[in-house]
Design a protein around this ligand. Sequence first.
Ligand SMILES: NC(=O)c1ccc[n+]([C@@H]2O[C@H](COP(=O)([O-])OP(=O)(O)OC[C@H]3O[C@@H](n4cnc5c(N)ncnc54)[C@H](O)[C@@H]3O)[C@@H](O)[C@H]2O)c1
Length: 262
Amino acid sequence: MKKIDEHLTKSMFNLEGKVAVVTGGAGALGESIATALAMYGADVVVTGRTMQTLEESVKNIEKAGRKALAITCDVSREDQVINMVEKTMDKYGKIDILVTAAGIAKRFPAEDFPLDAFEQVMDINVKGTFLCCKHVGKIMIKQGHGKIITISSVRAFAGHPGGYAAYGTSKGAVNLLTKQLATEWAKYNINVNAVAPTIFWTPLTQEVLENESLKQIFLSRIPMGRAAVTQDIVGAVIYFAAPASDFVTGQVLYVDGGCTAG
Ligand SMILES: NC(=O)c1ccc[n+]([C@@H]2O[C@H](COP(=O)([O-])OP(=O)(O)OC[C@H]3O[C@@H](n4cnc5c(N)ncnc54)[C@H](O)[C@@H]3O)[C@@H](O)[C@H]2O)c1
């Protein structure tokens, strides 16, 4: 075996010179991820449905000393995804990293799940993730490299009695899409991996946080006994975005305090 190259080892997590796109860039996780990518050296494009909500993310990226670009894009609309990719290419001429952090959750008992709510979850979580991967993937194929990180959930791993017929199904699809793209695009030197967190206290999970007995049920399923915090997810995303993970593709990394271990 060759000796470890000190220079390569030290730069394993360096993202200087990289261009990253983060969808859902105004969301709790998306904003943290965008800021962390900038702190590790990347220029970051944040996308969301309205420009106003992206202002904070832009400020954070610039505070980290990197270039920021905000683009409005509903990920469930193919024309808007194409426009978002074109604008990014006009400004930067490449996309090295894509993080698909746009997502929604709707919970109802399966037997009463309104069809429009089910379809909305599928539209944003599954179709939206696919469309962003499809159009950024085209660019990455031409470039001959790229890192795609999808945001899944522990709800993709196993069922849960709390009304997750749409959300859990959508995240299960995200996991398989991740593996599918990883196998199709490995030959183009594109890594596709998923980060699948357990619960964070964000607007998406407010409903659980505000219900003490529900909150305790969720926490009792996590051996480490706490919800996830920002650093938990950004560490995993930086790993998949950086050269440290160059030989890792098609993986789902559960950031879950042991939730899926037992
Ligand atoms: N919060 C958690 O506990 C948790 C746990 C596991 C996985 N996740 C996943 O992490 C991701 C981010 O969640 P979050 O907690 O930051 O939620 P959040 O609600 O704070 O952020 C989600 C973002 O997605 C955006 N979005 C919704 N629909 C969109 C659309 N059609 N086009 C573009 N953007 C759209 C929202 O405006 C919001 O900015 C989601 O995919 C979620 O499923 C969250």
